[in-house]
Design a protein around this ligand. Structure first.
Ligand SMILES: [Ca+2]
Ligand SMILES: [Ca+2]
Length: 348
């Protein structure tokens, strides 16, 4: 099983989105896990409101949690799967029922309704990404609706592609190339700096890198000109479930001048050991750019990985780099001890 992507729309919100975000906000109060949920239709009006996913993260299988704030007057889209020959969508209707819609055809309605103010786990399971294929929707692991679609998917938008009323939240989006996590509860949690770590050599401290969203040059830590000097941060937050199957270090990094990029390594530290990534280079210039390091396919118990520190190691004696914010997103499942996740992975 390959995990293609997971996010709570944290530090990497723009990386995860392939074009301009349309009228979405982030809700830090109502969320399933992590720092925030994606808020669709927050104005309560009939406006387009969506978040187009980067196509690198397009999977046959995707999951998210849905929380309905306000039912639409007629219907609204929850996800919109685009194809130039005609798109399809998962719709929410005014009576709380879901429907699968495809352009030019009558929607397939679900038989039962969702309630407002409740988190539901939604699974979209496609048999293919191209051509005629089947799609099935699960709500809290129960098949809700299925139908044949006449065409494939070129990209996905989360939220309303067209200007329709309705307001809802999405949290913990995961895409994969198989459905092996289908029957497990899952969560994407954001662990973010809340204390200084083992290494404190850089100018500045954790309070300069703990914000969401990134504040650019308002606050940052800056490396020294001594190769090997490091800064790491202790992290607040927790993984929701006991089996961790992936983590993603996300950070906004810039050079301190326009002369050339500054080299550094990302560092993870747990169990008393440092795990440094290969040397990376910030772009030339003082613009902060998102840097990520994804490790997916883990299957370890939470207590083997947490607590974890994240940080950076200077690799240059001529150019310093700056970190504006960082966090680590953790994907966890509620897998019983005896279970395996995928043929290559063994729960320890
Ligand atoms: Ca420091
Ligand atoms: Ca900052």
């Amino acid at each position: 099983m390959t995990i293609l992507a997971f996010t709570n729309f944290g530090a990497r919100e723009l990386d995860f989105c392939s074009d301009a975000i349309t009228n979405v906000t982030y809700n830090t109060t109502i969320k399933k896990s992590g720092r925030q949920s994606l808020h669709i239709g927050a104005d309560g009006l009939g406006t387009a409101s969506n978040f187009r996913l980067n196509n690198s993260y397009l999977g046959r299988f995707y999951w998210f949690y849905l929380y309905i704030v306000t039912l639409p007057a007629t219907y609204c889209e929850i996800t919109y799967e685009y194809n130039i020959s005609g798109s399809h969508a998962l719709r929410l209707y005014s009576d709380g029922k879901l429907a699968l819609w495809t352009n030019g055809q009558t929607p397939t309605m679900s038989s039962s309704a969702l309630s407002t103010g409740v988190w539901y786990k939604i699974a979209m399971v496609h048999s293919a990404l191209t051509g005629v294929h089947d799609v099935t929707v699960y709500v809290d692991n129960v098949q809700f609706a299925t139908r044949s679609l006449p065409r494939g998917i070129n990209y996905i938008r989360l939220g309303k592609q067209t200007a329709l009323s309705g307001e809802f939240l999405l949290c913990s989006y995961v895409a994969a190339d198989s459905d092996e996590i289908q029957n497990y509860d899952f969560a994407v949690d954001d662990l973010y700096p809340n204390g200084n770590g083992t290494y404190t050599a850089y100018t500045g401290s954790y309070t300069d890198v703990d914000e969401f969203p990134n504040d650019g040059i308002t606050s940052y830590v800056q490396s020294t000109l001594t190769s090997g000097d490091a800064e790491t941060f202790a992290l607040g937050g927790d993984a929701s479930f006991d089996t961790i199957i992936g983590h993603l270090l996300e950070s906004r990094v810039a050079s301190s001048s326009n002369l050339s990029g500054a080299s550094y390594k990302m560092r993870l530290r747990y169990g008393g050991t440092n795990y440094d990534d290969s040397v990376a280079t910030a772009i030339s210039g003082t613009t902060f750019v998102l840097k990520t390091k994804l490790t997916a396919g883990l299957s370890v118990k939470k207590n083997q990985l947490l607590p974890i520190e994240i940080g950076f190691v200077e690799q240059s004696t001529t150019r310093t780099h700056r970190i504006s914010n960082c966090l680590i997103s953790v994907l966890s499942l509620n897998v019983p001890d005896v279970q395996k996740i995928g043929p290559r992975l063994q729960v320890i």
